[in-house]
Design a protein around this ligand. Structure first.
Ligand SMILES: [Zn+2]
Length: 505
């Protein structure tokens, strides 16, 4: 094995050593480097990863703009007095806030926080901008980075002190409008995962004891990682009126009565990149869905001296056709690398489809396609190449989504008492659904020995435990054995909701 081959090879096992394997893929596929010495917890995002982030940004930003959101930008620093106006926020983030206390040689009169999130600097401005009901709804979003000084081990894109994200902040006239806003953003986050990243997610809300500081309801999309842990993949908060009250967002309604607004905030971070890398990649390296892959197709010509001119001309023609059709294609005609090395390198870098062209392909007016996720090969006609390749890109996306969906379906199990919850989590990981009374104290007996927690509670309308005694004629009362008689898996009191227990990132 040459040094080059070693550099390209992934040595850690995805199933046995997921953490080390992940770190190796991130480094060898050229996605990120660790920050300078003395700055643990910071990473350098390399172009291949940043290109994926830009695609995600474009996808989500277009959805925001289609639904009434405008982008803005607020300062990186927040005066301490601003942060203190929302005491729940200060308490929630206290140990994680980085402070600026001096500038140059002068001590500042007031400490400045490096934003851990921007509610406390954006909301006062929303308060100034909202005067009448005609100013509502008001929606602003910013794409930026925030800093949370956590002292945990760095995991690129999952756990870093500074991370990229977007945070949206809105104000509304009614609670119902604010709730609809919260759900619109959650649905858009679900779409990022399911329609762009090929990752199915579970949608629901955080238990009350784990919601965003000061929020009425925190909603979440959760994604299952291959090591059986759940990732909080995006959150959307219905903030009720607590922020409007603290920052005085009032408006004159149609009858000139002064009313308090209802607000929301919602954020999705580059943790989505971590989930993407971890979900699909394998022991050959990075695997990407074509939707976000910087290069969707690589064309590798395979020649001998006497066939070189013909093969190269044919390969260039194919690459041109693909490019003209809007497919992101790279022609790898490097002289100094052999085809085997090129195959390995593009596999490591996660190019979804490889096109191989040798003298036989030229002769037969064909080309050979190879799907990155499973190595499946297809010989296709040269004619109509762009259309055929596009179908194969769709097929690769579908393969990745289906595989992730099958994994998720198999990793949701039910349990009805504490021993069963602990046993199931210990043996399999994944999600365990159990009836729950709603009391935080009933999370402790799972959290304490297992470091697993309630990551999600399905929305009431999706929760089989919620006794739906409405007038729905399709709802046969008493049909569901859990109705009326379900008891909390921990304390035995009446169960109100189904809780999803899991270990999480
Ligand atoms: Zn209980």
């Amino acid at each position: 094995m040459s040094d080059d081959d070693q550099e390209l090879g992934i040595t850690e096992s995805k199933s046995h050593n997921t953490g080390e394997w992940y770190a190796e893929v991130v480094r060898k596929a050229g996605l990120a480097d660790y920050g300078p010495e003395g700055m643990s917890g910071f990473i350098v995002t390399r172009p291949r990863a940043y290109a994926i982030w830009e695609r995600l940004q474009r996808f989500l930003d277009a959805k925001f703009k289609d639904t009434g959101v405008q982008n803005a930008y607020f300062p990186l620093f927040i005066p301490e007095s601003y942060l203190e106006r929302e005491k729940d926020i200060v308490e929630g983030f206290d140990p994680e806030v980085a402070w600026v206390t001096e500038a140059g040689t002068k001590e500042l009169e007031e400490r400045l926080a490096v934003r851990p999130t921007s509610e406390s600097i954006i909301t006062p401005y929303i308060s100034q901008w909202v005067r009448s009901h005609r100013d509502l709804p008001l929606r602003v979003n910013q794409w930026c980075s925030v800093v949370r000084w956590e002292a945990t081990e760095t995991k690129p894109f999952f756990r870093t002190k500074e991370f990229l994200w977007q945070e949206g902040h809105t104000a509304h006239a009614t609670a119902e409008d604010a709730w609809n806003e919260t759900m619109t953003r959650l649905d858009q986050y679900e779409s990022v995962y399911e329609d762009l990243l090929a990752i199915p997610v579970l949608k629901g809300q955080k238990p009350d004891h784990d919601k965003f500081p000061g929020a009425d309801t925190t909603t979440t999309v959760e994604a299952l990682m291959p090591d059986g842990k759940s990732v909080q993949a995006g959150t959307s908060h219905h903030l009720g009126q607590s922020f409007a009250e603290a920052f005085d967002i009032t408006f004159a309604d149609a009858d000139e009565n002064e009313r308090l607004a209802h607000t929301t905030s919602w954020g999705l971070s580059w943790r989505a990149l971590g989930a993407l890398i971890m979900t699909h990649s394998d022991e050959q390296g990075l695997v990407l869905p074509p939707s976000v892959a910087p290069t969707q197709v690589v064309v590798v010509p395979i020649w001998q001296e006497d066939t070189k001119d013909d093969v190269l001309a044919y390969a260039e023609g194919v690459a041109d056709d693909l490019e003209d059709a809007g497919i992101r294609v790279e022609l790898d005609d490097r002289d100094e690398r052999n085809p085997g090395f090129k195959f390995n390198e593009h596999e490591l870098n996660g190019v979804p489809v490889r096109v191989e062209i040798g003298p036989y392909e030229v002769e037969d007016n064909e080309l050979t396609l190879n799907h990155r996720p499973d190595g499946e090969e297809h010989v296709i006609d040269r004619d109509g190449v762009a259309e055929t390749v596009r179908d194969h890109l769709d097929e690769v996306y579908a393969k990745l989504y289906t595989a992730a969906e099958e994994t998720l379906d198999g990793e949701v199990r039910t349990a009805n008492d504490r021993a069963e919850i602990l046993g199931t989590l210990g043996q399999h990981g994944g999600y365990v659904e159990a009836p729950w009374c709603g009391d935080e104290a009933c999370e402790e007996p799972i959290k304490e020995p297992m470091a697993a927690e309630i990551v999600m509670v399905p929305f009431e309308e999706d929760d089989p435990l919620v006794d739906d005694t409405g007038d729905d004629p399709d709802d046969d009362a008493g049909d569901d054995p859990t109705d009326d008689e379900a008891t909390c898996a921990i304390c035995g009191d009446d169960a109100e909701r189904t809780a999803y227990f899991a270990k999480s990132y």
